[in-house]
Design a protein around this ligand. Structure first.
Ligand SMILES: CC(C)(COP(=O)(O)OP(=O)(O)OC[C@H]1O[C@@H](n2cnc3c(N)ncnc32)[C@H](O)[C@@H]1OP(=O)(O)O)[C@@H](O)C(=O)NCCC(=O)NCCS
Length: 210
């Protein structure tokens, strides 16, 4: 019996390895964030966490993800998958759900260090968690959202089959910004040509599906 069975879960795509975060990986993730995530004059996130000074950003990031781990329950979970290429962390892909056993819905969010963007990794990691959610957890709907001017994020969603599903406004820097809600039904998923490899799910599936 493993005390924290999520540590054995791993998803593999042709180029990426996705694992629920561990502390060593979070330290690496902080360094990636300090290297820049988006142009400084834009704010793609609803919470302006990247505006924190570098010395605060590290602690804030660790505490944010520790809290998600501490609160994890079958009713309400958030798994922060660290994305690695050749063993190095390049960003994160979150997968989360509330009342998954009843609703069969997941939601996601992600970011990559600036220097790792525009290589197709963003599409590959989102496709990975969609394959995982639909085919391994039994999800029926995946939801996401992005600032309407976030070309890369909206393009990833569009390529994988999401459709717009309304909008909402946030004001991370005081000015209102419109974000598009996105919805993907399992049948509309534009699947990648590759297969996802999943290891270690049997011991932790009960934590995610209730
Ligand atoms: C959103 C994000 C994860 C996408 O990852 P990525 O690896 O850069 O995306 P991909 O390389 O898979 O590109 C996906 C598509 O967007 C396009 N694209 C990527 N960056 C772009 C840019 N800056 N401007 C215009 N198009 C862009 C790509 O050409 C590709 O389009 P195609 O499929 O028609 O060829 C990444 O850009 C990122 O971390 N951005 C900053 C943080 C962020 O915005 N997170 C999401 C918050 S909702």
């Amino acid at each position: 019996m493993d005390t924290w069975p999520l540590r054995r879960l791993v998803l593999r795509t042709p180029r990426l390895e996705l694992r629920p975060d561990d502390d060593a990986g979070l330290y690496e993730l902080v360094e990636v964030a300090r290297g820049g995530v988006h142009p400084p004059d834009e704010m793609p996130f609803g919470t302006p966490w990247t505006d924190a000074p570098p010395e605060q950003l590290g602690m804030n990031t660790m505490q944010f993800f520790w809290a998600r781990r501490a609160e994890l329950s079958p009713r309400d979970w958030f798994v922060n998958f660290l994305i690695r290429v050749d063993g190095r962390v390049i960003g994160m892909q979150e997968l989360a759900a509330t009342d998954f056993a009843s609703l069969r819905e997941v939601r996601s969010g992600s970011w990559l260090g600036k220097r790792y963007q525009k290589n197709g990794y963003g599409t590959e990691m989102r496709a990975a968690i969609l394959l995982f959610a639909f085919d391994h957890l039994g999800a029926e709907i995946a939801r996401s959202a992005a600032w309407e001017k976030n070309v890369a994020s909206n393009r990833v969603s569009e390529r994988l089959g999401y459709v717009p599903d309304g909008s909402f406004r946030v004001a991370p820097r005081g000015e209102p910004l419109t974000h598009t809600r996105l919805r993907l039904d399992k049948a509309a998923f534009r699947r990648p040509s590759w297969q996802l490899e999943v290891d270690g799910l049997a011991d932790c599936v009960h934590l995610l599906t209730g």
